[in-house]
Design a protein around this ligand. Structure first.
Ligand SMILES: *[C@@H]1O[C@H](CO)[C@@H](O)[C@H](O)[C@H]1NC(C)=O
Ligand SMILES: *[C@@H]1O[C@H](CO)[C@@H](O)[C@H](O)[C@H]1NC(C)=O
Ligand SMILES: *[C@@H]1O[C@H](CO)[C@@H](O)[C@H](O)[C@H]1NC(C)=O
Ligand SMILES: *[C@@H]1O[C@H](CO)[C@@H](O)[C@H](O)[C@H]1NC(C)=O
Ligand SMILES: *[C@@H]1O[C@H](CO)[C@@H](O)[C@H](O)[C@H]1NC(C)=O
Length: 441
């Protein structure tokens, strides 16, 4: 029965947080053009989706990952910053952070943007894996119905161009063409004309996105104050890195040529090589069958000891591991631009992309025999050091700090803050292009 207790507690904690924090606290110049209204949605769109967390079809028990407002359980009892975070829980993490956003307004007509606290990815599980797999074109219609009937002027005032929500999965999972019957994979939320004007924050955007915009995958590190962040930065900066290249992941075991298989082959052969200033040229942390997903120690320790972290595409181009690597000060190596360069402009500055990452086209590796380890070994040591400094500089901007963090830490923009800046700028420019009035107050 402990599960029922956990559920109840979860629910209560969220409700209490809502009651305490959702006040009009919109003050001063810092809030100019930054006011956000949190739309009140019936519990079926968020809290109810947490209640049956152990009963989602085809998935393990999700309840433990919903604890601590979506950060998950601590990795161990005395940990202050490290959690067993599941990236799909970004909807909860984001909602909790939204409640302490300093420029909330209770009056939607005063707002520059409207946040829909709908846990779209959790709700999508019924369609992706469950009994509604053949009705995936319906995903979102009940929300649309609600927005059309409850104070419809809020949704309609700017033709919903000022609305946004979080969908904590790759946009691909919500982009099933409405004409696919039966559907192949995914819901059609982003294909519905109903939500065409609403901005969706996803973990990966499409190649030519309109509504969707990618934000970093949550890692397991959520510091509550500045000293804990600083001590981590010091540790990552001082860490010895005797390993040239690390791949933490699974796949690459099938016989068909692909980048993960090339990495495995190259890595297996390289371990015996010794004519290098690195102790180990290549290391693989086997994360097959999801064994690393909620166990950050498995990959964070090796990443701290590695100079480069390989980020090959898998089922989709992006990986959570990209952000784990940055956190460890391990320089990411990408094999296609869709893995990060074309994804996260709010968080990873595009013009300087080559200052903190390496790009090796996957076709060159898979089909033309280019050796990854050769490319990496040719990068001069001094260049490696400056790249690593740039990676370390990125850390504060890609992590999601803990809710209710200390004022010192709040003064640094984290992944959430930058996402909000990005959303507000996007909405502002959209309204400007459409020649729609911005807020007058
Ligand atoms: C939760 O599960 C119970 C039993 O399986 C079901 O009756 C109930 O409708 C579910 N609630 C939600 C919100 O899905
Ligand atoms: C962690 O804390 C919980 C509850 O506070 C306790 O039951 C458990 O034994 C602790 N675990 C360890 C390894 O200390
Ligand atoms: C969906 O439709 C296909 C083909 O029409 C059928 O084989 C499958 O069982 C259906 N799935 C569900 C979950 O109803
Ligand atoms: C989306 O915006 C366009 C104008 O840019 C408008 O024609 C359309 O009706 C809007 N859609 C919805 C669902 O409000
Ligand atoms: C590397 O290993 C693969 C299989 O693991 C093998 O087919 C290949 O010949 C090896 N290459 C070299 C250069 O040893």
């Amino acid at each position: 029965m402990w599960k029922a207790t956990v559920r109840l507690r979860l629910r209560l904690v969220l409700v209490v947080a809502l009651a305490v924090l959702e006040g009009g606290r919109c003050e001063g110049e810092e809030c100019w053009k930054r006011r956000i209204h949190i739309r009140k949605l019936p519990a079926m769109f968020n809290l109810d989706l947490l209640v049956n967390c152990s009963e989602y079809p085809m998935l393990e028990d999700l309840c433990p990952y919903m604890g601590n407002h979506g950060l998950g359980q601590k990795t161990h009892n005395r940990s202050h910053s490290w959690y067993r975070t599941d990236p799909w829980m970004l909807e909860l993490i984001f909602h909790r952070r939204m409640l302490e956003y300093p420029c909330l307004t209770q009056d939607p007509s005063e707002a520059d943007a409207i946040y829909l606290p709908y846990y779209a990815g959790l709700d999508a599980l019924r369609y992706l894996y469950g009994p509604l797999a053949n009705s995936s074109a319906q995903h979102g219609l009940h929300l649309f119905h609600f927005l059309q009937h409850d104070n419809p002027q809020i949704f309609q005032r700017r033709m919903s161009h000022d609305h946004f929500l979080v969908m904590a999965r790759p946009a691909w999972d919500f982009s099933q063409p409405l004409s696919n019957d039966p559907p192949i994979w995914g819901t059609s939320f982003l294909e519905l004309p109903h939500f065409f004007n609403v901005t969706a924050l996803t973990l990966e955007s499409r190649a030519w996105p309109w509504q969707d915009h990618a934000v970093p995958y949550p890692t397991s590190f959520h510091p509550p104050n500045l000293p804990l962040l600083d001590s981590w930065l010091t540790r990552a900066r001082r860490s010895n890195r005797p390993v040239l290249a690390l791949f933490a992941g699974g796949g690459g075991v099938s016989s068909s040529p692909n980048i993960r298989r090339s990495i495995r082959n190259e890595c297996d052969n390289a371990s015996s090589s010794s004519d290098s200033s690195y102790h180990t040229l290549c290391q693989i942390v086997d994360c097959s069958n999801g064994i690393c997903e909620h166990d950050p120690i498995r990959f964070m320790r090796p990443m701290l000891q590695a100079t480069f972290c390989l980020q090959p595409p898998g089922n989709t181009p992006t990986r959570r591991s990209t952000f784990d690597a940055i956190l460890a000060g391990c320089i990411p190596v990408f094999f296609e631009d869709l893995s990060a360069k074309l994804q996260y402009p709010w968080h990873l500055p595009q013009p300087d992309f080559e200052d903190f990452s390496v790009f090796i086209p996957k076709e060159e590796v898979v089909f033309r025999g280019l050796r990854i380890l050769d490319v990496l070994q040719r990068i001069p040591r001094a260049k490696v050091r400056t790249m690593r400094e740039r990676v370390l500089d990125l850390i504060p901007a890609v992590l999601y700090r803990k809710h209710s963090a200390s004022p010192g830490l709040r003064a640094k923009k984290d992944a959430f803050d930058l996402a909000i800046d990005g959303v507000l700028a996007k909405i502002r420019s959209r309204l400007h292009d459409l020649d729609m009035p911005a807020t007058v107050v």
